[in-house]
Structures are given as structure tokens and as C-alpha cells.
Design a protein around this ligand. Structure first.
Ligand code: OSB
Ligand code: MG
Length: 372
């Protein structure tokens, strides 16, 4: 494979409803899309998952735009690679951080590899599932009553897991209210997005009463040591999200006992090669993983569905169907869910969905063409 042209585009997509987490609120997504053109004539689309603000990780769509343009794309453009598994090391050498920027190109190279091999992306990377169990991620709501209503609607719609965003002022009482309303069998979890410190340990221990599947990333984004202190006090498994930026952090989590579950987001760890390495490591250590989401368009969603088809993705992922986020997605068919399952597209090579180029053209706010 030899990519001789990459087109970057920024598109604006309005979210159907605002998405509020403990560290900020999103009303729309500014999304960076990439189109990688191979010398053979084949081309693929990929998505950078960086948000508009640096409240989840230090990256933003604007830093990623610069990183891809100046550092990432030049390492790939015009170069011949035998396999996409080679790309991550090439992008990682002497370039610190910028994982989402690196991943946007690295994952595109995996899709290109699959396309050239004539295989669906999921199978090309070793995925074995035909469908992905799906959970919903509910942002912080106006009141416990609204939260209960949304959680109940999600379970009625078939979702296999309901993740509830929490933070100080929106935690114990809110989770208790949902648990009481929905009963002991409802598959519930909480995600704090770094809202707490060890000073809040009693409040976090209080969540043990509600039978949560896990508590995601209660403490600081880069703190693996204090999560170990917390996990020793909690019965509920801790799931790390923000803290796992690569295989090393997954190993640290297991070595220190900082958590028992990992949410894998390929963008956060720098692409599919590190995602697969984390997946394999976790499988060897009996640590279940699931696929996180970043409110992706249908393009990024295709990559999430593909990675979630690997065998150790045993818990429902944040891979909601298109209609959860958008009035209209930019792919066809749109992603749909049936009885809480999203089908892995196995009927065609590559990412498995068509790109709606006219719609993308209509919502593009800037673009640039990169060449060797
Ligand atoms: O912490 O998992 C998170 C969205 C933006 C930033 C961080 C997170 C999320 C989600 C969204 O929870 C999940 C989804 O894409 O449905
Ligand atoms: Mg999270």
C-alpha cells in the first residue's frame, strides 16, 4: 500500500440533544474526516475522534488538524508499507502524544489494507463477532426524574447496558433513584470522567450499594496509582477510560490493581495496533474490555464496530445507532440496532458503509489536500 494523497475535511454535525459530562457539554460535533487515496486507485474514509475542547484529553480537532498535517501524514504519504500493522510504530517514533491524530491515519491504513485484501475490516483485524451488544451513554440530565425516564426508554429500546454520567451533585442520589425505579436486574454503570479525588472516597464507596456493573474513570485522567487505592476500597469494579493511553497503562492497571475492566477507544490509544495489543493483553489477564465511543459519525462508528468484533470485547459497547446522535448520518446504510445488537457489516470489503459525499460536501467548513 502506498498513499499518495490525503484529504482532510472538517464537518459540523448538530447533536440531536446536548451531551453533558462532568467536564463539559457538547451541542454539536466538529468532526475531522480523512480520505486516504492509495496509488492503486483505492480510497478509504476515516475519522478523528478529537473533540472541540480539551476536556476529555489534551487533544482537540484543531490540534489534531495541525498534528496530522505537519507530523503524521508526512510519515505515510508516498511511502510503501507491506501491512497496516507497521504504521503505528512509524507514527509513534519521536512524536509524543497526539494519539487521536495518529489514530485517524493509522486506522485509515487498516481500512485500506482490508479494502485492498477484499475483506471486511472486522475480519481483516481478527474480529469474530457478527453483531455487537450495545449500551447507551446518557449525559447528565436536568433531574433524576428525567434521567429515570431516559434510562427506562433505553432499556425498552433494547439497549444491553445503560451508562450514566455522574459528577459531584449528580451521583449517589441520582443512581439510587434510577436503581429503585428500574429494579435490581437493570444493567447500569456510571462514568465520572475524572470528577472525583480520593477525598471523595466515602461518596464513591456509597455507590457500592447499587449493583453497578462498573464505575468508569472516577479519578484524574492520568492517575493510575490512586485508582489502585480506590479499587481496594470499592466492591464495584473500576473501568479505566482516560487513563489508558497505551499498552503500558493497561499493564500498569493490572500490575497495580487500579481497575478490573478497560474501555478501549482506538483514538485514545493511537489506533488499531495498540488497541489490539491492549485487547490481547487483557484477554491473557482475564480483564474484560468493551468499546467506548466519542459521539462518532457513521464513519468513526464503522471502526468502533470493527474493533468491538474482537473476541475479548465481552461487555456491551458505547456503539449506539446513528439515530441516537444525528437527525441524519453521513453514511448509508445508517447504523441501526435490533434487540440491542448492532450488526457487523460482513457483506463487503473495507469499513462496510457507503459515504454520503454530497451531504459531507454540504456540511464541510474547511478542507486541505496533503501530498508527499
Ligand atoms: O467518557 O466515554 C466517555 C463522549 C465524549 C467524551 C467522553 C465520553 C463520551 C461518551 C459517549 O460516553 C459515548 C458514545 O459515543 O455514545
Ligand atoms: Mg468514559
Amino acid at each position: 500500500m502506498r498513499v499518495d494523497r490525503i484529504v482532510l475535511r472538517e464537518v459540523g454535525l448538530a447533536l440531536k440533544e446536548p451531551f453533558r459530562i462532568s467536564s463539559g457539554e457538547m451541542f454539536q460535533r466538529r468532526i475531522m474526516l480523512l480520505e486516504l487515496h492509495d496509488a492503486s486507485g483505492a480510497s478509504v474514509w476515516s475519522e478523528c475522534v478529537a473533540s472541540e475542547a480539551p476536556n476529555y484529553s489534551s487533544e482537540t480537532i484543531d490540534t489534531a488538524w495541525i498534528a496530522v498535517t505537519q507530523y503524521v501524514a508526512p510519515r505515510v504519504l508516498g511511502k510503501t508499507f507491506a501491512h497496516p500493522g507497521e504504521i503505528h510504530a512509524v507514527l509513534d517514533r519521536d512524536v509524543r502524544g497526539h494519539n487521536m491524530a495518529k489514530a485517524s491515519v493509522e486506522m485509515g491504513m487498516w481500512a485500506l489494507g482490508a479494502t485492498l485484501a477484499g475483506e471486511p475490516l472486522a475480519r481483516f483485524i481478527g474480529g469474530t463477532r457478527k453483531e455487537i451488544a450495545t449500551g447507551i451513554s446518557l449525559g447528565i440530565q436536568a433531574s433524576p426524574a428525567v434521567l429515570i425516564e431516559k434510562a427506562r426508554a433505553a432499556l425498552d429500546a433494547g439497549y444491553r447496558k445503560v451508562k450514566i454520567k455522574i459528577g459531584p451533585g449528580h451521583d449517589v442520589e441520582w443512581i439510587r433513584a434510577v436503581r429503585e425505579a428500574l429494579g435490581p436486574g437493570a444493567h447500569l454503570m456510571a462514568d465520572a470522567n475524572n470528577a472525583y479525588t480520593l477525598d471523595d472516597i466515602d461518596r464513591l464507596v456509597a455507590l457500592d450499594d447499587f449493583g453497578l456493573m462498573m464505575i468508569e474513570q472516577p479519578l484524574a485522567h492520568d492517575d493510575i496509582v490512586r485508582h489502585a487505592t480506590l479499587q481496594k476500597r470499592l466492591k464495584t469494579p473500576i473501568c479505566l477510560d482516560e487513563s489508558i493511553t497505551g499498552l503500558d497503562q493497561a499493564q500498569d492497571m493490572v500490575a497495580l490493581g487500579s481497575g478490573r475492566i478497560i474501555n478501549i477507544k482506538a483514538g485514545r490509544v493511537g489506533g488499531f495496533t495498540p488497541s489490539i495489543a491492549i485487547h490481547d493483553f487483557c484477554q491473557q489477564h482475564s480483564v474484560p474490555v468493551w468499546c467506548g465511543g466519542m459521539l462518532e459519525s457513521g464513519i468513526g462508528r464503522a471502526y468502533n464496530v470493527a474493533i468491538a468484533s474482537l473476541p475479548n470485547f465481552t461487555l456491551p459497547g458505547d456503539v449506539s445507532p446513528s439515530a441516537r446522535y444525528w437527525a441524519r448520518d453521513i453514511v448509508s446504510p445508517e447504523w441501526t440496532m435490533d434487540r440491542g445488537m448492532v450488526k457487523v457489516p460482513l457483506d463487503r470489503p473495507g469499513i462496510g458503509v457507503e459515504i454520503d459525499i454530497d451531504r459531507i460536501a454540504a456540511i464541510t467548513v474547511r478542507s486541505v489536500e496533503l501530498k508527499p
